[in-house]
Design a protein around this ligand. Structure first.
Ligand code: F6P
Length: 529
């Protein structure tokens, strides 16, 4: 069935009250899936069994496309590339243009392990002694993955301190460099293309900074890239260059060389566990029937909420402080992948592709934006996640509160509070018209959808599984929408215009710019003096 015909049918199935759906004794069991360390509960969504069955029918093309992805077919059709981030964590031969890519993947991983071990145990030294600090300079997919995962796995962090510099705003480098000794710092320049202006600007600044203190700055640089000619031109010795192929998309790249800073932080064995967790999710995604498949279900509930119910955004709400960067990571993963306007064939999409993704860790968000989630007029589907245990056994009473808050929020979103309940709460303080007025402010509509993912503890393998699950969710949504989730042409125009505007910040003829841009430039030039 055509996707948008299915969506039209599904729209007729909307309207169930989640609390009513949960009165069905089987709902909780039927809408809760488990695999490995994960339990995913989608019973607090407004998806009915009938709608879910139709969505599963509409996902009929997913298995064939999925197999093409895993097998190295060039499914990124606008760039003529395979999509093989799964090979970076894989253990089966994968043929691309007639040859198996896995020996190359394993060789690079082995080189990364040796280098990471050398940095960690002091075999590789800076010009002032043992490496104390590592700075990853990269942006987007060359920053968010390792930055997110290094924070998430900080209980496993026993290597040098890791820092992440991404923004071309000099403040990012300057604030980081304040804490560094150039003689004991390793700089990793992470850029798939090695052309990204932000990364190259920061890398050159880092090299100049280091040149002020050590005789051979290049000796304390490593590079992660697909473009060896460009890393050579930058002057980084190939023994410290870790390459990968263009079949790894930037936002899917932390499983290989782009994960080097994470590997140095947590050690090769923990990095292997991270890859294993992702591989187990890959195996689940490849083999579980659609109706019991976690990434597929996550995608179907996403399509239900966005394309069917029309909710424009979704919030990712990890009750796990160390997952603070996960929403930002998922913003790139989901919005750069599925923020598209045309189908693979180039035709305008008749409806919206991916939603806006946003979020913050709980419980902090509760005291900030949850007001809108509970009482704003536009429902925000919430994706909660929480571990059964934290990494601080002595602070388990904190963790108990964390779990209680996570569950309480999804319960409150579901139940809401009726006008009668609101009146009863304040009837001792108000009466008459004032009681009615005050009660209206205390009504919660309820029936707000959420999903909850739980796991025993945030280990490297669990993190690998969570990220792989979201990667495959994005893939399933993209296949069903008929779009290309693996290109990102939408970011090009801004890059081109920034290049043309660069010299104009200092002066020159800006008359081909629009009136607003000209006026802004004029004032900025004046203030810059
Ligand atoms: O501008 C978008 C983008 O191309 C992302 O897709 C990518 O992750 C990021 O820039 C960084 O690119 P690179 O790794 O080539 O420096």
């Amino acid at each position: 069935m055509d996707f948008w015909t299915g969506i039209a049918k599904l729209r007729e199935m909307r309207g169930a009250h989640i609390a009513d759906l949960l009165k069905d004794d089987n709902r909780s069991a039927d809408f809760t899936m488990t695999d490995g360390p994960f339990l995913f509960d989608l019973s607090k969504s407004s998806l009915t069994s009938e709608a879910l069955n139709l969505l599963i029918e509409m996902a009929a093309d997913v298995p064939a496309r999925r197999d093409q992805m895993f097998d190295g077919t060039p499914i990124n059709e606008t760039e003529g590339r395979a999509v093989l981030h799964t090979a970076l964590r894989g253990d089966r031969p994968v043929m691309v243009e007639g040859s198996d890519v896995m020996p190359g993947v394993h060789d690079t991983l082995a080189r990364m392990r040796t280098f990471a071990n050398d940095v960690r145990d002091g075999t590789f030294q800076g010009q002032g002694g043992r490496i104390t600090d590592v700075v990853n300079i990269g942006i987007g997919g060359s920053d968010l993955g390792p930055a997110m995962a290094t924070l998430a796995l900080s209980p496993y962090h026993d290597g040098p301190a890791c820092h992440f510099v991404s923004n071309v705003d000099g403040a990012d480098w300057a604030e980081t460099a304040k804490r560094l000794d150039p003689a004991t710092t390793l700089v990793i320049v992470a850029s798939k293309t090695f052309t990204t202006i932000e990364t190259l600007t920061n890398a050159k600044t880092a090299r100049d900074w280091m040149a002020g203190s050590v005789a051979d700055p290049a000796a304390q640089f490593a590079a992660l890239s697909t473009a060896m000619d460009k890393t050579d031109a930058f002057g980084i010795d190939r023994s410290r260059v870790f390459g990968f192929e263009d079949w790894v998309g930037g936002r899917y790249s932390m499983w290989g060389p782009i994960g080097l800073s994470l590997m140095i932080a947590i050690g090769a064995a923990n990095f292997d566990a991270f890859l294993r967790g992702a591989r187990e999710m890959d195996d689940h995604f490849r083999t579980a029937p659609l109706a019991r498949n976690l990434p597929v279900l996550l995608a179907l509930v996403g399509i239900w909420n966005h394309q069917v119910c029309g909710y424009p955004t979704r919030a990712v709400l990890p009750y796990d402080n160390r997952l603070a960067r996960l929403p930002a990571y998922l913003q790139q993963l989901e919005m750069e992948s599925n923020g598209k306007g045309v189908t693979m064939a180039g035709d305008a999409l008749p409806g919206p592709a991916g939603p806006v993704v946003w979020g913050e860790p709980g419980t902090n968000g509760q005291h900030a934006f949850y007001q809108l989630i509970h009482q704003g007029r536009t429902p925000v589907p919430c994706e909660f996640m929480v571990a059964a245990a934290g990494h601080e056994p002595a602070l388990d009473h904190h963790h108990r509160l964390l779990i209680a808050n996570c569950l309480a929020q999804s319960e409150a979103l579901l139940k809401g509070r009726s006008l009668d309940e609101a009146r009863a709460k304040i009837a001792d303080r108000f009466d008459g018209a004032e009681l009615e007025r005050q009660a209206a402010h205390r009504v919660f509509e309820g029936n707000r959808p959420s999903t909850t993912l739980i796991y025993p503890k945030l280990t490297p393998a669990v993190l690998g599984g969570i990220v792989a699950m979201y990667e495959h969710r994005v893939f399933v949504e993209g296949v069903m929408l008929g779009i290309n989730s693996f290109d990102q042409w939408g970011v090009e125009l801004g890059k081109e215009l920034a290049t043309s505007l660069g010299p104009l910040v200092e002066g020159g003829d800006a008359s081909d710019k629009d009136a607003s841009t000209q006026a802004l430039l004029a004032q900025l030039r004046a203030w810059r003096g």
